[in-house]
Design a protein around this ligand. Sequence first.
Ligand code: SF4
Length: 585
Amino acid sequence: MKREIVLREGIMTDGLVEEMQNYYRPLPKGLDYVKFRQERWREKESIVVYSAEQNGETIGWVVYDPGKSTVEELLVKPDLVQPETAWQLLDELVKQESLVAAETWQEDKAKQSAMIEYGFRPVRHFLQEGFSITKMELSTQAYFRRLKEYKPVKEYSTRERVALEKVPESQEPGEIKAALVGLLDKLGGIKRFVKPGKTVVLKPNIVSEHGLKDGIPKGGIVTDIRLVKALVELLLPLAGKVIIAEGASINRSATTKLFEHYGYPEIVKTAPDKISLVDLNADETVEKPVPGGKRMLARKIPVTLEEADVIISLPVMKIHFAAGVSLAVKNLQGTMPPLEKYMTHFFGLWQNLVNIHHLVKPNLIIIDGLYGQEDFGPISGTPKKMDLLIAGTNPIAVDSIATRVMGLDPLSSPPVLLGYLQGLGPVELDLIDIIGPPLDEVTSKFREPELDISGGESFHVHDGDACRGCRAYLHFVLSKLRRPDPKDPSRLLIDRPFDRKVNLFLGPDTRANINPEEANIFMGMCQQHRADVGIHLPGCPPHTEVIIDGVYRMFPDVEKAKYADKSEEAVLGEMLQQILASLEV
Ligand code: SF4
């Protein structure tokens, strides 16, 4: 009977070197490749060698760099060389390391195709001492699909506390402030978080101007300024400085205008020597390494956050059509400078949202549930009055409770799931003390957006089990094609007939057949292994502009749909290309 594979940490042995030589010998310069690898591993202290054992016998090895979360060698014994054994070995590895990358030698086609079948995607090619190396990333959705159960890499041992406080329906400013005091008292009071004279940075969500039109607020889009005001009033007697900081995520040059739009300068006027506004998109930055180096080795962090004594994150209780929810985990995306925001989509939004939490650590999270937003959040949804505030210190625990209050499964949000699996915090109710009204008293189901990614007469969409990231952004772009075709208004643009059938593939499933005679579009990192045989839309999920550009190539006579500021996106796209070129050494 086959037993589970166990990975045991060991050392580089002569036996392993011999196995490598046997494996690579048939390939041209195979033995030189083994020597090259061995020398590199000798220089790197961080390298870990795992031997994989089954039924007491060694069946293979993984050479792993935990600093970059990268598999540098994966070898199974010759009599076991079949992809399934390698996959079982990888299953064990991802169970303990979560999302990983791999480096493979381009000559080793068999391994590359086994890795692709598993869910790895070639993202970059580079030369190292004359050897062509392919960097592969495990697709996040493939990783989720490979897991037999959702269990964190390490058991979470700390109990977390999450406080809930109801706000009277009338939501008068005094009532909001009193509720805020009550909420914070449940966690030990504001003085527990802010010592006298400290610099406190507040990070509200000010995603766009849609939360205030013609002077009339629309709740649930941005953090309610009444809550921010109340918090500032509590902080002023304590803090040395209060900085309200945000970096708008869609049109990135708009942060200052958005501060004005919502009346933030009025808050500053109440104590101009103490309160200031900072556009994080224009702030100076400091580069910090990402622990584990998953997807990106380093991130640039605004100095305002780096120098803060206390950071308070103020997300809104809302649905995010792609991320599931936009709460504590998602709110930190706004802290990143513009190029970093752009790159997170390119290298993998879900993992990079988790990475930010290793580098920017809010001391307190207060979720604004005065109004939530259901349907097509984070901007185009419907306000939902909740009369509730939620607070805590752990982003996963806070999101877990807030998501339950929204009547949803906390693990349905890919970045929350990934953060949970990587040990950022617990979602389990038996690991979280809820202080306040019982959940069933405050829970009210949020309507989720219905994503329509169906194609048209000759425009076919092949969904290979994509996560909601690609599905949501594709929904947005396809919705722009569900209007009368200017060439023939009796039909929809998406139903326009093409000489060559158009196929759009998304998701990690590799089973769909590709007909090279047809026009093929491959979406996202999950489809990156097919980048050379059609139009590839890079990213995870690809940036909306990237999808628009790719899909509208099929409709050259039609004006492209608009999303963000095109010129800003073009500049960031060029900067990213320069960064990628510099990596190809
Ligand atoms: S490429 Fe798309 S489907 Fe694949 S993991 Fe990324 S967002 Fe999800």
